[in-house]
Structures are given as structure tokens and as C-alpha cells.
Design a protein around this ligand. Structure first.
Ligand code: PMP
Length: 425
């Protein structure tokens, strides 16, 4: 099996882009692709593709179902994947349930904890949340007659201590916050939030969709009760993810999906559930996906998450510095020199040019960024924008890529100016 690229490439990427078949293919031509949309989904290293392929070629059977040899092999592959994914986030294997992604896990958490909410209770979220960590809470809070309260970030996108004290109190039952903003890339003070929530007797749910690919994450050390993350944002396959439940907290969580595999006994008029994590894994699991996600976790461990964090942070600062020096660009969130911890995600706009048009102009120069509200409309509105461009790096991104994208931003501004001049003629 190809081992993931643990050797920095000559271009300055942490992992050589040649180790990612899609990037290798795209780079074949002149002016190869600069992929700066890793926060939406990362490209996949060969070791992940090979692990998925190998599962189907050699182990494919329904896990936890058959008494036959292949059924045992599939079960062992799935459980080994669970151990690897759990270790990667500082958890134990029996604290991790596989899901189809962060959205699925957060819905399971919201509906699974909804029974705790009474009229007048509060769920605290931050204004930075992705819709997947907001809409489920808005829904269950409304059903229970509870209220959603917001922690408002400062200009750098970080929730200040005063906000935590203001929004988390005796009525709070659940605090659900993202570890890293998918728009601004800033790291939230989750230890402080966990402390305040626990002092108030509330559970903490962490949306780790962005953090697991960018930072060393130790869920035991953070003290969160629950967490959610996606495989496809950490170099694993799409349709994979995990829900973490701290051992002492898992019993508070009821199942959302019901069916085969999650029940102990079924009678004509009732049933009993299995314990966590099986109780959350109704139906046939995406075992090949879980195996791929585990390969991605090992790939990142081999790179060393401290190095991954330092790499993303340095690229983000370079990008932010370049944009800050450009009168035509507007930067959102952390500046290039701020002391705050950040990841390889930078939000910006080109003055006088809509985010979508700017992203298309970058695309014409083979630089892929995302434009829009990034499933975080309340935050983008709070920033005073309708849409922003987002450049997000991966372990395959180099300084050269960042410099090429900065050149493309400058050219996008020029395109718009030329368009205006020709419209006036
Ligand atoms: N939360 C955050 C912070 C995200 O960035 C994303 C993906 N953009 C999600 C939740 C949803 O993840 P998924 O689409 O993999 O379910």
C-alpha cells in the first residue's frame, strides 16, 4: 500500500501533491490546478483510495451480521477503523459511532438530546455556526419551547470570554459550538466554553468538521461531551464521519435512526436498544468508507498534526498578508499578524466585484476557491456581506499556490475594471 506523503515536496507543500491522484492528474497540464477549496472537501491521497478499494476486493461482507469468515473480516476491518479514528481524536473506540458525516452526527445529537429540553430552557450556539450546527438546534428548541442564544464573535472571529459569561447560564442545557470556523478559520476558546457550560450543568457539543483536518484534536483533553466530524474534510472518503460521545455522557443520547443493528431484542409491541455506539448505527454501515477514513487518520498522524497546523497557519498568514497589502481586497476575520490561533482558511472579497464573479475570475486562472455564504448565513450577514470568497488550504498546498492565488485576485480586480471601462465606451 502506498504510504501517504510524509515527505515535504520541493514546492513547499507538506505532502507532495503527486501523492493525490486527482492533483497529479490536474497538474499534468500547463498552469496546473491550485485547489484552495479544502474546507469544502479535501483531495484524497492514494493510501485512502487504496484502502477503500482493498476493502471491497478482499473484505466485503456485511459487518456484525454474518457468522462466516468474510463477515468476521469485515467486522474486524470496521472495528479496527473505529480504533484508528478514535485514537486520532484522543478518544476511546467505544466512544465513537460512525455516521455519514458531520451533518448526520449533529442531527443525531440534536434529536438525541432534545428530550433534555423544557420550555424556557436555552441552547447556546455561536454566531459562527455552519447551518448544520444551527438548523437542527433551532428545530428541536422550537419543538420543546426552548430558545437559541448566540455567542457573538469579535472582529477577529473569536468568541470573547465576556460573551461566554453572558450567554451561558442557569437556563442553558446545551452549548453547541464549532471548534474552527469554516468561514474565518479562527480557533474558538473551546476549553473556556466547556468549563462555563459544565459549571452551568450543560452538555457541550463540538462541531469539529474543520478542526480535525487542521489541528491536533484531543477530545478527552478538551472535555467535550459530544463531537461531530466528517471523513471527507480530513482526506477521507465522502459519506463518512463520526459522532463522539464521552463515556459518561453517551447514555443521555437517544437514537434518531431506528432499525437493524441497533436493537438488542424486538417484540411485537416493543424493543430494547443496544448500548453506544451500536445504538446510533442503525442499518448497514459504510464499512469501506470507515476503512478509508481510518487510512486518512493514519495518513495525518504520519504527517504529524502539529506540523499540519503550523503549515496551514503559515499559509493563511501569507495569504492574509498578501490580501491586506492589496487596496482592492477586503479581508475578513484574523489579520496577518494577529496572535490568535488560526487554520488555513481565509475569507475575503475583491472590492467592487461580487464574490461569485471574483471566484469565477480566479477559476479562469485555474485557482479554485469557494464563494457564497458557506452555509453560515448569520455569520456572513454579521460581517456585513452577502457573500465572501474563501481560500482554504490542505497539506498539499504550497506557498507557490498561495502566491499564484494572490496574483489571480489582483487580476480579478483588473478584469472587473476592464469590463466596466468597455461597458462605458
Ligand atoms: N460544520 C462545519 C464547520 C463545516 O465546515 C461543515 C462542512 N462545510 C459541516 C459542519 C457539514 O459537514 P458535512 O457536509 O460533511 O456534513
Amino acid at each position: 500500500m502506498t504510504q501517504g506523503g510524509a515527505h515535504p515536496s520541493p514546492s513547499g507543500a507538506l505532502a507532495p501533491p503527486e501523492g493525490f491522484p486527482l492533483l497529479a492528474h490536474e497538474a499534468a497540464g500547463e498552469g496546473g490546478l491550485v485547489y484552495l477549496d479544502s474546507a469544502a472537501t479535501t483531495q484524497k491521497p492514494a493510501c485512502v483510495l487504496e484502502a477503500v478499494d482493498a476493502f471491497y476486493r478482499t473484505n466485503n461482507a456485511n459487518p456484525h451480521r454474518g457468522a462466516h469468515r468474510l463477515g468476521g473480516a469485515a467486522t474486524e476491518a470496521l472495528e479496527a477503523a473505529r480504533r484508528d479514528v478514535a485514537r486520532f481524536v484522543g478518544a476511546d473506540a467505544d466512544e465513537v459511532a460512525f455516521t455519514s458525516g458531520t451533518t448526520c452526527a449533529l442531527n443525531q445529537l440534536a434529536y438525541g438530546l432534545a428530550g433534555l429540553l423544557r420550555p424556557g430552557d436555552e441552547v447556546a450556539v455561536s454566531l459562527l455556526e455552519h447551518h448544520s450546527n444551527l438548523v437542527p438546534w433551532l428545530t428541536v428548541a422550537k419543538l420543546a419551547g426552548a430558545k437559541v442564544r448566540y455567542l457573538v464573535p469579535d472582529r477577529q472571529g473569536r468568541v470573547p470570554d465576556g460573551e461566554i459569561d453572558r450567554a451561558v447560564g442557569s437556563r442553558t442545557r446545551i452549548v453547541a459550538v464549532s471548534h474552527v470556523s469554516n468561514v474565518l478559520g479562527c480557533v474558538q476558546p473551546v476549553e473556556r466554553i466547556v468549563r462555563a457550560a459544565h459549571d452551568a450543568g450543560a452538555f457541550v457539543v463540538l462541531d469539529c468538521a474543520q478542526s480535525v483536518a487542521h489541528l491536533p484534536v484531543d477530545l478527552h483533553a478538551l472535555g467535550a461531551d459530544f463531537a461531530a466530524f466528517s471523513g471527507h474534510k480530513m482526506y477521507g472518503p465522502m459519506g463518512t464521519g463520526a459522532l463522539y460521545a464521552r463515556r459518561g455522557a453517551a447514555s443521555a443520547l437517544g437514537p434518531l435512526l431506528r432499525g437493524g443493528g441497533m436493537v438488542e431484542a424486538v417484540f411485537e409491541q416493543g424493543f430494547t436498544f443496544k448500548g453506544f455506539p451500536a445504538v446510533l448505527e442503525a442499518g448497514t454501515p459504510n464499512a469501506a468508507g470507515a476503512v478509508g477514513m481510518a487510512a486518512a487518520a493514519r495518513f495525518l498522524e504520519a504527517l504529524d498534526m502539529e506540523a499540519v497546523h503550523a503549515h496551514g497557519e503559515a499559509l493563511a498568514r501569507r495569504m492574509a498578508a498578501g490580501l491586506a497589502a492589496m487596496p482592492s481586497a477586503r479581508l475578513y476575520g484574523p489579520g496577518p499578524d494577529g496572535a490568535e490561533e488560526r487554520c488555513g482558511i481565509v475569507a475575503f472579497n475583491v472590492r467592487g466585484v461580487g464574490a461569485d464573479l471574483a471566484a469565477r475570475a480566479l477559476d479562469r486562472r485555474n485557482v479554485a476557491v469557494r464563494a457564497g455564504a458557506h452555509c453560515a448565513q448569520p455569520l456572513v450577514r454579521h460581517l456585513g456581506a452577502e457573500a465572501v470568497c474563501r481560500a482554504s488550504t490542505g497539506v498539499y498546498t504550497s506557498e507557490r499556490d498561495v502566491d499564484r492565488s494572490l496574483g489571480a485576485v489582483e487580476a480579478a480586480r483588473q478584469d472587473a475594471a476592464n469590463l466596466m471601462t468597455s461597458a462605458m465606451l
